[in-house]
Design a protein around this ligand. Structure first.
Ligand SMILES: [Zn+2]
Length: 377
């Protein structure tokens, strides 16, 4: 597959600073996680400082060096490696805490990045950005980040090889999604899947830009809000976008229809509608498999109005450009055929916590489109 642009780029000036600062030590890769680099360093020719770093992580009681966003551990590491803290922060970007997996659940990786490590005689290593549920498409290879059954990259790549070759039965504890099933291959080859992947990639790039800026320019508005305010809003939309249908009472969820997922899946739950809307909402993104998560963030990008997401959707789906189409699509996601109005009520309640600028820009998401349409006709 054609390589996408590397992100972030390290300038030649920064590369010089890296070489000066880590003289005699194994250098970190672009985008490598701190814990991945330390683990590689412990197996290098000069492991002493990396062993000291591993001791410091243990002393701090952190599961690994990427566990905490508190500055204390990072500061200790900069002292151990005698490296300038601004260079350290530049090399090991902090992507915040929104939807970050704890260390023992960081099993989602890009197998092509790991193969690339392997083929260049480098110990396979983790990238910091793989630790987030909102990151679903590798920005280098363009493929889906997925559960490879281990938090240890060398074990993860062994799992992939074993699985592809069918040499060793997969232990039942591994939750690696079957990559070769005919249904999945058909899904990945579909035009809709490709459109959603592009949209998910655009959402990631938009969110990374917001993280770098430390604030969010609301798409389609002049206002700027704090990251935390926008993350609260996005979490509420994600809860609706990833909601399960109450089987067999409700229609198949929109994402299940988009991805052509049939039968029992994470988007279906055997609950009576009397269980209430909250029982079906998605409060834990990890409950869904990678392709569903990818579609969720693609649609999130569409509904918040990230320009590239909207454009890809319009081009990919022969979308009829009409002012109410997105409103209608959103209405369909929370209130199929007017059956499940409790979701809209839930969102209205949640919107009391939204920042005023967000509420003003996205007030259309709180409108009962069907009711308004009937009132007009
Ligand atoms: Zn990759």
């Amino acid at each position: 597959m054609k390589k996408l642009k590397e992100f972030p780029l390290i300038s030649s000036l920064s590369m010089m600073r890296v070489n000066q600062s880590f003289a005699g030590l194994l250098k970190p890769l672009v985008g490598e996680s701190i814990s991945g680099w330390i683990a590689r360093g412990q197996h290098s020719k000069n492991p002493f400082l990396f062993d000291r770093a591993a001791d410091a992580i243990e002393k701090f009681g952190a599961a690994d060096a990427d566990e905490t966003t508190s500055g204390l551990l990072r500061r200790e590491l900069t002292q151990i490696f005698d490296v300038n803290s601004s260079l350290f922060d530049y090399l090991f970007a902090d992507y915040g805490s929104w939807l970050k997996h704890p260390a023992n659940l960081r099993v989602d990786m890009c197998e092509l990045c790991l193969f690339e490590d392997f083929s260049t005689y480098r110990r396979p290593t983790t990238r910091s950005i793989w630790a987030y549920s909102w990151f679903n498409i590798c920005h280098v290879h363009g493929n889906l980040i997925r559960d490879l059954g281990s938090t240890i990259p060398s074990q993860a790549i062994a799992n992939v090889l074993n699985h592809y070759m069918g040499a060793i039965p997969r232990p039942s504890s591994l939750s690696m999604q079957s990559p070769l099933s005919i249904r999945k291959l058909r899904m990945i080859a579909s035009r809709t899947f490709k459109t959603l992947s592009l949209m998910a990639l655009s959402f990631q790039q938009w969110y990374i830009s917001a993280l770098k800026a430390g604030k969010v320019h609301i798409p389609g508005a002049a206002s700027t809000v704090a990251l935390i305010d926008f993350e609260i809003f996005m979490s509420d939309l994600i809860a609706v976008i990833g909601k399960k249908r109450s089987y067999p009472y409700h229609q198949k969820s929109y994402i299940a229809r988009l991805l052509d997922i049939k039968g029992e899946c994470s988007l279906s739950v055997r609950l009576s509608p009397s269980a209430g809307p909250e029982a079906c909402l998605c409060f834990e993104v990890r409950e869904h498999p990678p392709e569903v998560r990818m579609a969720m963030f693609a649609l999130l990008g569409l509904f918040i109005g990230v320009p590239h997401c909207v454009r890809s959707w319009q081009q990919g789906e022969d979308f009829q450009v009409r002012s109410d189409n997105l409103d209608r699509l959103w209405w369909g996601m929370h209130s199929e055929l007017g059956q499940n109005l409790g979701y809209l009520e839930w969102l209205e309640n949640r919107s009391r916590n939204w920042n005023a600028a967000i509420k003003e820009r996205y007030s259309h998401l709180l409108v009962d489109w069907w009711h308004n349409r009937r009132a007009r006709t």
